[in-house]
Design a protein around this ligand. Sequence first.
Ligand code: MIG
Length: 799
Amino acid sequence: MILNTELEYKGDLFPSKIVFYKKHVNVLYFKSENGVVLQLTIERDSVLRFRYSTTGMFEKDFSYGVTMHASKGYNHLEITEDDNKYIITTSKLICHISKLDMRKSIFNVKDNTLLSADEIGFHWEESYEMGGDIVKMSLKSQQGENYYGLGDKPVDNNLKGKRFQNWVTDSFAYVRGTDPIYKAIPFYTAIHNNLSYGVFFDNTFRTYFDFCHERRNITSFWAEGGEMNYYFIYGPEMTEVVSNYTDLTGRPQHMPPLWALGFHQCKWSYYPESNVKEITSKFRKLQIPCDAIYLDIDYMEGFRCFTWNREYFPDPKRMVKELADDGFKTIAIIDPGIKIDHEYSVFKEGLEKDYFCKRADGPYMKGKVWPGECYFPDFTKPEVREWWSELFKELIEDIGIAGVWNDMNEPAIMDVPGKTFPDDVRHDYDGNRCSHRKAHNVYGMQMARATYHGLKKFSYPKRPFVITRSAYSGTQRYTSTWTGDNVATWDHLSIANLQAQRMSMSGFSFAGSDIGGFAEQPNGELFARWIQLGVFHPFCRVHSSGDHGDQEPWVFGKTVTDIVRKFIEIRYTLLPYLYTSFWRYTNEGIPILKSLVLFDQEDANTHYRNDEFIFGEKILVCPILEPNSKGRRMYLPKGKWYNFWNQIIVEGGEEVWVDADIDSLPIFVKEGAIIPKYPIQQYVGEKIIDELELDVYYKLGKESSEVYEDSQDGYDYKKGRYSLRNFTQVGKEKSLTIRQFKSGKFITNYNTFKFNIYGLPFKIDKIVVDNEEIDISKINGVITFEVVKEFRELYIIAK
Ligand code: MIG
């Protein structure tokens, strides 16, 4: 019973008039008469940070989300004031702060367009239950404003009209609209008037976002504790907003090993060893490319992490080696729960060193998971993370496991109402002691981080590979992710498409779904359609719970097997293209998947599109989401597009019907694109690449494309040993010129390019490569010819 009614009746509180202002380099402080302090930091010309304190005291400035490598600095900063307001001007933004009530509005410097304005702005409620404040922010929604982002929410791309919360949750068999699920990414982007900005609310408590749901013209966000602490991130392009957000929260610390972009096969569970081998040999026998095989929890001894069930896997090192010889990387699951077992070394050590989480009054946090009753390492403590990372030594260095899969790290607890720790569990939070209310959303992230550091150490000189289920903003620095326990239904195929796009526009591109569905079993048609989508997701893995039948590519009959093979082969031929997109993502933060709104925000038709997306830079994909389809209607963004299957040119800017029977899928290539291709391999590294194919799609006008390559693993590329080719094609009515500019010190194995030229509107008279004519007598029909890889300029001239 709450007796403190005085506090209860206080309701919402607001800053009053500003009575004090002070500037310290790029940090401004505004204090209100009733003691509220707004700390405004000019992080960059396009990034402003707003932080509010209701007590005059700020918490220690600490964030798991923001990386220490975030760019800082600005070109211009000017602060003026008039009777009513303070005016802060950078080279990109103008921010007004009202002297009367601390409300703010932000304008674009270029043309003074209002980007964002406080409605009530900052306000708060004292939390009579927990202490501290419930901190709130409300903004006016601008005319025609739309909203996107927020991580893994299983809903349509456009978030307008909806309300969400962030509290990472184990959500077996979630459905469209289930909220929250596995991830907490409190970052959204908004667009109006062809201008895009983002909001990153860096608060790890349970947070809420309301996009014109409660009130038609108001967007608000709030948290159950902590500070109102958010970043306003300007574009004006949505791509720039996302890229600025990953500049702040980080990008993958390095490229993934190329094999990790191959196809992965998983199931709960493959065991014993003979079953694993049966699966891997079948891939080779049927010639379906595959790079990775997974071991789910049953490989362990009684689900004890870092142990092996010797009955199922008598000699893991030998098995892993044999799999590796056959081109398979072995990936093993590791959960956070450590079995209470005084004979078990990991448990004993954790106990001795005091590494497990405790309840408020001192007892250990005890919870039931797969191993039975467990204790849980406090991954928010640096020393614990260090210990955890060391535990991987044997698994990685000795046994040869190539990647680790972190599951149940929300943390998920069985048979309790909240499905996780109670609120009173204590965490170190890197020296900022707190309860689970604050640490919950980052627990999984810190586990994945510790895992990543272990793998990085023990995989050296190879690159580590980690996959996590739970994540907070910034987790993309350490690991890839999947969308959790989905279901084998057609609606889930559509949800997978939305989630992969949304993760990409939320700064976390390395994501994919359990292809085919985790729970229940797909029929062959659904499986085929899911593979067709899945091969265009940055992370591509079939996974299923296994108790509903098999889910390998060959279990649905020959027709489906052939379709699956064909699409996985397409992925493998496109590996250099995907790898190049990955390189752009890790370097510039450009999302690998681009929802149409992100690809062309100026075209308002894209603001409500869900199905179509751009894979990488130039390939448009639209999954088939219904049974018995012979094709579908889809929107083609403006510009000209080549049908991938027959090279027929279609003009975009409208909805069109596209044929796509069960063995096909609507795929289009942007005109002007140059798409690099490798030969089909059964696994990365199977073949020495002795020629790079370049598919050139003629365009009247100019377009450039990049091809990034390196040694596909290891860190040499960081020392300049990479190969980056920039191709510019200039198409005219009677000629086509392709120029190459190459940088980086990596020397590729191949010596020649094989050009395939599509859509040339004229008959060829001659082809000149660096001033020398090449023999074209053999060219007829498809225009295909070889050119040395060092060429600078290629010139095709009309008759
Ligand atoms: O309670 O390890 O999402 O991918 O196969 C289920 C068994 C635990 C949930 C994961 C799923 C995994 C399964 N895990």
